[in-house]
Write a protein that binds this ligand. Structure first.
Ligand code: GLN
Ligand code: ZN
Length: 779
């Protein structure tokens, strides 16, 4: 029996983010289309050469994308909304769909569609439970789909011409339809039309010489509706007769209840994720037909840890003894950094524990050799891998007795505020003395070119600590002065000292490592460098207190303390895999709790703990949601609940889909929550009202993802809508996220209008209650 190695997709951005820079130069008009396409081809060629040299037998093609593989699929199917015009989809239309016509890729840690120009970009959303964002496919009523670009065929041929036989990667029809929005129609109404086009694509691939196609259906690891199940059967019956073998590829979880259905589909191969769902192997072996080629995803494509190869062999050897298998990463390597060898900042010990994309392919090659030729053939590699695994498990650097003792000593009371919200609100009102409709912002002020330049110079060593500190103090002081002038009620220090809301904290916590160049694509040209949480977490020293103290020393108005919450820090990091995520989250929560209490002790009266990423951590299966929410809420409460009743706890979440998680949001028991609502016309407040959300809410009235400066009247109007659902006493007036991506020239007039809007609202309420008194007297 033979074992072969496959990769399901390789990072597209290049070892040094070449794609990012090429795209940005092209968008800025500094290079031609030909130059961009040349760079892209160079990256593809290098990736094939690299994977082949590392020992991959099955090379992917069409895993590359200039922006996004879901968008590529939409364009392939001709699903191009009318607003982009008719005709051939060239690069200009493609990037218009990705970025809008004045395209500015801005976000607040997570991405938003950011329509600014005359043509709106497609909506950006997270790809399953990853931090990669795709462009949501759109199907317009009455629009007929037709074969658009044949990138998949071109890239297959390109590889072939270079001497690489590849297995083209195609996003499956049922996943594509499941992600699509139909503007009033059900995308699945278009199933047959879509299948016709997929059939044509497969025909052309077969004609070009492709033997196999990797067809990705990650939707198979989610809860499926009857419509989706029926579509799967219909789709694979239709696609089976086109002259290519299909490797049905699933990842990000187990097939579970979908396995019996999958076993009936007429495909030639099946890839399963054995990292997220190792337990499914037995059932898979039992149920799928023997002549099906099984591809086992045994190397983690979502995380950065080196595998314990000997332990994997223990599981793989019995399988490989009975049938041919392919071994592969659990999913595309898109979600991990390219190459550990280019890392300069990590300490050597942590490096020993890690494997990035390149190293993961090498691990697979070692496994395959051991399976084909016996363990002795790779004895040295296996020993090194075991040593590294053992070293990590037993390293004093990942086990901290003090942290363990503190975790063991957590009591239920530590998660409870002393009084219920209503009583706390009274105590807080006394301390803070705020008007109705208090105004505030979410934390950051514009990270201007100057701020970024100073930080870069400081990092490079060209600006010494004292000078950098002086610069940051001046920025902070200016921000405080301006906030006083404009008349905000609760001020912020502006976050000028922070590079990123997670990195800033991770760099100061023990248990985290930071990389210099371990970039991962977030969307388009946007890359992130997630911190690596490798060990027990603790906070050696206060992280934000000095900046808060300085800001508060400049004003009599309250200045909010500003922290990132434990769930968000966890969800935006690569997390150790030797203990449950909930355990790591709890440790971060304790560290943030220390900071909360230090801020309070320093005199801070209002502390905001951002949980921007709480919702996106929800598991893909509904049945697993509650367990996640339980520990996520527990962690938040642990970090927040230590303060006195009179200290106001704020939280912030930059999204608006709360319906399914409202009970959890309420259970966090924050005194004030700020959320995104500007674009949905306050609709979601209805849900908060229906749920009788008890505490205060700041529904964002200024959409900071747009360069548009909103006027006073529209903010008043939004807040009037808000009052249809919530009492004036419950409402705050604020933007819907931090202002770091905006310029001061937009922020100043927008916030001034916001403050005036709040004054108008106050006088409306005062007039309303005066009227009520008069009406009461005359009744
Ligand atoms: N306090 C952060 C800021 O204002 C919050 C950012 C976010 O929620 N993404 O930048
Ligand atoms: Zn936000």
């Amino acid at each position: 029996m033979t074992v072969t190695v496959a990769t399901l997709g390789f990072p597209r951005i290049g070892p040094r983010r070449e794609l990012k820079f090429a795209l940005e130069k092209f968008w800025a008009g500094k290079t031609t289309q030909a130059e961009l396409l040349d760079t892209a081809m160079g990256l593809r060629t290098a990736a094939w050469a690299r994977q082949k040299a590392l020992g991959a037998d099955w090379l992917p093609s069409n895993d590359f994308s200039l922006y996004d593989h879901v968008l590529d699929t939409s364009v392939m199917l001709g699903a191009v909304p009318q607003r982009y015009g008719a005709g051939e989809v060239g690069l200009e239309t493609y990037f218009a769909m990705a970025r809008g016509t004045t395209g500015s890729d801005e976000g607040c840690g997570h991405a938003h569609a950011n329509p600014q120009g005359s043509v709106t970009a497609g909506e950006l959303t997270k790809w399953f439970d990853t931090n990669y964002h795709y462009i949501v496919p759109e199907i317009e009523p009455g629009q007929s789909l037709q074969l658009g670009t044949l990138k998949i065929v071109e890239e297959y041929r390109e590889a072939k011409a270079l001497g690489y036989e590849t297995r083209p990667v195609l996003l499956g029809p049922v996943t594509w339809l499941s992600l699509a929005k139909g503007h009033g129609i059900d995308p699945f109404d278009r199933l047959d039309e879509v299948l016709g086009l997929y059939g044509e694509v497969l025909d052309r691939l077969a004609y070009s010489g492709a033997a196999w196609v990797q067809i990705d259906e990650p939707i198979l690891v989610t809860d499926l509706s009857g419509v989706q199940r029926a579509a799967l059967s219909r789709a694979y019956a239709a696609l089976s007769g086109h002259g290519v073998k299909l490797m049905l590829t699933t990842y990000f979880g187990g097939l579970d209840d979908n396995l019996p259905l999958v076993a009936t589909l007429p495909v030639a191969g099946l890839h399963v994720d054995l990292v997220r769902a190792p337990q499914q192997l037995d059932a898979v072996l039992r149920i799928v037909p023997e002549d099906l080629l099984l591809s086992l995803g045994v190397i983690d494509g979502r995380n950065v840890w080196r595998a314990d190869l000997a332990a994997l062999l223990d599981r793989l050897e019995p399988v490989a003894a009975t049938r041919d298998i392919v071994i592969a990463p659990s999913c595309s390597l898109l979600h991990v950094p390219v190459d550990l060898a280019s890392e300069t900042r990590l300490d050597t010990q942590v490096c020993e524990w890690l494997a990035f994309g390149v190293q993961k392919v090498a691990e697979l090659a070692t496994l395959a050799k051991a399976l084909n030729q016996g363990r002795d053939s790779v004895a040295e590699d296996l020993a090194a891998s075991s040593r590294a695994a053992q070293a990590r498990r037993s390293s004093p650097r990942i086990h901290d007795a003090t942290v363990q003792a503190r975790i063991a000593a957590i009591t239920p009371q530590m998660r409870e505020r002393e009084a219920a919200y209503a009583d706390r609100a009274r105590a807080q009102a006394e301390v803070l003395g705020l008007p109705l409709f208090p105004t505030t912002t979410i934390g950051s002020f514009p990270q201007t070119a100057q701020v970024r330049h100073a930080r870069a110079e400081h990092t490079r060593g060209n600006l010494d600590d004292a000078a950098y500190e002086r610069f940051l103090r001046e920025e902070t002081e200016r921000a405080i002065r301006w906030q006083e002038e404009v008349g905000l009620d609760v001020l912020v220090h502006g976050e000028f000292e922070r590079n990123d809301m997670v990195q800033y904290f991770g760099e100061q916590l023990s248990g985290f490592a930071f990389t210099a160049s371990a970039w991962v694509q977030s969307y388009g040209s946007r890359c992130v460098r997630p911190p690596i949480l490798y060990g027990d977490v603790s906070r050696p020293a206060p992280m934000t207190v000095e900046w808060w103290r300085y800001a508060q020393s400049l004003t009599d108005k309250p200045v909010k303390g500003m922290l990132t919450g434990p769930v968000t820090i966890l969800n935006w990091s690569f997390v150790r895999d030797d203990q449950p995520r909930s355990a790591s989250c709890l440790q971060i929560a304790l560290a943030i709790r220390d900071e909360v209490l230090d801020l309070e002790a320093a005199g801070c009266k209002a502390i905001q703990i951002d949980e921007a990423a709480l919702r996106e951590g929800l598991p893909l299966r509904a049945g697993e949601g509650q367990a996640y929410l339980d520990w996520a809420v527990d962690s938040f409460r642990l970090c927040a609940a230590g303060v006195a009743d009179a200290t106001q706890v704020h939280t912030h979440m930059c999204y608006s889909e709360f319906n399914e998680i409202l009970p959890a949001i309420a259970a966090m028991d924050a005194d004030v929550i700020s959320i995104e609502t500007a674009r949905s016309q306050m609709e979601l407040l209805e849900a908060f009202a229906r749920y009788r959300y008890p505490s205060e809410i700041g529904p964002g009235v200024y959409d900071i993802h747009s360069a548009r400066v909103p006027g006073e009247a529209e903010m008043v109007e939004l807040m009037r809508l808000a009052q249809q659902h919530l009492a004036p006493e419950q409402l705050w007036v604020n933007p819907d996220c931090g202002l770091k991506t905006r310029g001061w020239e937009e922020v100043k007039p927008a916030i001034a209008a916001m403050v005036t809007a709040a004054r108008t609202l106050r006088s409306e309420v005062a007039a309303g209650s005066a009227r009520a008194v008069v009406e009461g007297a005359t009744a």
